[in-house]
Every structure is written in C-alpha cells, then in structure tokens.
Design a protein around this ligand. Sequence first.
Ligand code: PNS
Length: 178
Amino acid sequence: MKKVIAIYPGSFDPLTNGHLDLIARGSKIFDQLIVAILRNPEKDPLFSLGERREMLEAMTAAWSNVRVDTFEGLMVDYAVRVKASAVLRGIRAISDYEYELQMALMNRKLEPGLETVFMMPAEQFSYISSRLVREIAQLGGSIQGLVPENVEQRLRAKLDPAIKLEQQLPKVKARKRS
Ligand code: PNS
C-alpha cells in the first residue's frame, strides 16, 4: 500500500507549542511527516539553522514517523525530491487564510500533484506566532507556555547577556587551563 509522505515546511524561528501541536496532529494522519526548515539566506534569523534543527529534533524524537530536515529554494521542488504528496500548513485564524490560500494555489500551479492540507492547532495555541514570541522575549516578557521549555531556555540564554556570559565562562576557563 502506498505510504503518504507529507512535509511541514516553515521557518520555525523558534519552534512554538503551536507548531508542536500541529506536528502531533500531522503525525497521526500521515505515514511519514518531514518537518522541513527553510534555509533562507536573505533572512537574518534569531536562531541559526543548526540551532532550530537541534530544538526540533529534540522535541520530535518521540514520534517514530517524524523527521527533521532543511531545504533551500522552492518548496515544491523539495517536496518532489523527498517524494511527498502533501504539504501540511497550520491555519490559526482567518487572517492566516488569505496568505495560505495564495501560497497553496501557487504551489498547486507549480506542482499539481502536491496537495496542501490545512490543520487547525488547539484553540489555546491559536494566538501564538514565532514573530510574537521573539518580540516578547526580546522585550523581556514571559514566554512561558508559548514554547517548549528547551526553547524558552535557549531564548533566554540568547537574549540575556548575563546568562550568555555564564554559559561561556566554563569554556573560557577550560581554554585558559589547556
Ligand atoms: O513559517 P513560515 O515562514 O510561514 O513558512 C513559509 C514557507 C517556508 C512555507 C514559505 O516561505 C516557503 O515555502 N518558502 C520556500 C520558497 C517557495 O517555495 N516560495 C514559493 C511559495 S508559493
């Protein structure tokens, strides 16, 4: 029987609890789900591609049919390369719909065999976005409950110079000793 492979593309800068909710839902209906992080040389992300991959891998390790990958260029070309027949995207509110519809129709024009499947995250995640999480964290607000704990710690470490220094100190001391 044909296995349905789906990709869940995005920037994931950073991964949020809304993304994780969608991954959980997607893993239930697709045989294989590939979380595909866009490598976009034009954007200046908060987290490097490697950091985003690490966080996603850590948080999706429990699902045996989910893997994490990165891609560059057209999403449809990547989808064909990995033999995906579906693209998973989340719709949180009507405001997402126009952009998502345009993208889905354009992707269908480029690759008619690829279906976009929209899923809704649980209501409690419907207001979370990576952009707002970054903004709140950068301005010193609490992001508890919006992102997984390991992402919260990494965000704090990245944005708080004191924590950054604390983490670097053991490395500096070790370097001096050797
Ligand atoms: O998490 P995001 O930033 O909303 O994800 C957007 C993403 C990565 C799905 C979209 O920008 C994308 O597919 N980019 C790859 C380039 C591409 O295929 N562009 C044509 C889109 S119709």
